[in-house]
Ligand binder design. Structure first.
Ligand code: TXA
Ligand code: MG
Length: 320
């Protein structure tokens, strides 16, 4: 199969109606979309990504009025939807029977979001079904923030890539679930815990680690480059690798004056949103070269910082 890239929303809609796969732009990362109500299309998504069958998919819909077709929404969740959708937020809700079990990997909950990208919103409005869309990367690798990234990982496996330019946020959505009098933060992202509290008045908690494989983001090695990546105090880490070719990915400080080091600064002005936006593209750029190690640091725990730290945590080299 030849994978074409273009901006033809009508063509994308036609392919999706025929249960083919199309990569779609969103403000977070590119998604690998198929008809969420078609088991044929959903099975193709798992196959194209080589995704484990126990890892459920997010439903993408065109408007808040669509949510209750597929899920049971409580008042707090609807308040979050009203305040933040379309935007980088995903709600985990009790699922209705309209959603095939394959889409949620057998879970009785469904994750739903409204992506904030004009091309994808236009596409969703042309369709009479929601789109299941995980990030458009082979399972385990770094999420794509450009159409070219999608081509790198999935060419030959999908029909079409709808090119909406580089993602404006660059990290995946925040995933949250209203549970009793708390909000469980399943995945950190563009929306902060403080924003969720402000909207609902509810306290935000991390889910317990005992929820099993259906809990999002519990897969250990994820977002991982092939080059070993280590995190900590960069000065100290550089000293550990005297004879190695080192790539340093830092927040705002340059390490270009160090021998053996290629320095990648995500935001010279110290802006976390800019750093988040450049993170995945920089990881890919570095991983495509012949470095022995990638060294990086812990980012400030404010704004989108916790989401950056979460992704770098999972990108670290795991000793098998
Ligand atoms: O920003 C995003 O959310 C992007 C764009 C494309 O929308 N999508 C995305 O999808 O990051 P994916 O599949 O790469 O990550 C979704 C996460 C996974 O960790 C999955 O386990 C979790 O959401 N998830 C999806 N449905 C779930 C469900 N029913 N119950 C628990 N976790 C769920
Ligand atoms: Mg993903």
């Amino acid at each position: 199969m030849f994978t074409e890239t273009g901006i033809d929303v009508k063509k994308a809609a036609e392919l999706l109606r025929k249960e083919e796969l199309v990569a779609i732009p969103t403000e977070t990362v590119y998604g690998l979309a198929g008809n969420a109500l078609s088991e044929t299309a959903v099975a193709k998504i798992y196959a194209a990504k080589n995704r484990p069958a126990f890892n459920p998919l997010i439903l993408h819909v065109s408007g808040i009025d669509q949510i209750e077709r597929y899920a049971i929404a409580d008042a707090h969740s609807l308040r979050i939807a009203g305040a933040l959708m379309p935007g980088p937020i995903t709600l985990l809700l009790p699922k209705k029977d309209t959603v095939p079990d394959l889409t949620t990997a057998g879970s009785d909950k469904v994750a739903i979001r409204i992506p904030n990208h004009p091309l994808t919103l236009a596409l969703l409005k042309q369709l009479d079904f929601p789109l299941a869309a995980p990030s458009a990367n082979p399972s385990g690798y770094i999420s794509p923030t450009t159409a070219a990234h999608v081509q790198e990982g999935l060419h030959g496996k999908i029909a079409y890539i709808l090119d909406g330019g580089p993602a404006s946020i660059g990290l995946e959505s925040t995933i949250c679930e209203v549970s009793g009098h708390r909000i469980l933060l399943h995945r950190a992202g563009g929306i902060t815990a403080a924003a969720l509290t402000e909207i609902t008045g509810l306290e935000v908690a991390l889910p317990e680690a005992t929820h099993g494989p259906h809990t999002p983001g519990q897969l250990k090695s994820h977002y991982a480059p092939n080059t070993p990546l280590f995190r900590g105090n960069i000065e100290g880490l550089i000293g550990h690798y005297p004879d190695k070719k080192i790539a340093v990915i830092s927040f705002s400080k340059s390490y270009a004056d160090r021998p053996q080091v290629s320095s990648y600064v995500l935001s010279p002005s110290g802006n976390l949103a800019e750093a988040a936006n450049k993170l995945f593209a920089t990881l890919r750029e570095v991983d495509a070269q012949q470095f022995d190690v990638i060294l990086t640091e812990v980012f400030p725990e404010e704004g989108i910082g916790p989401a950056i730290n979460d992704r770098l945590d999972r990108a670290q080299f795991l000793h098998k």
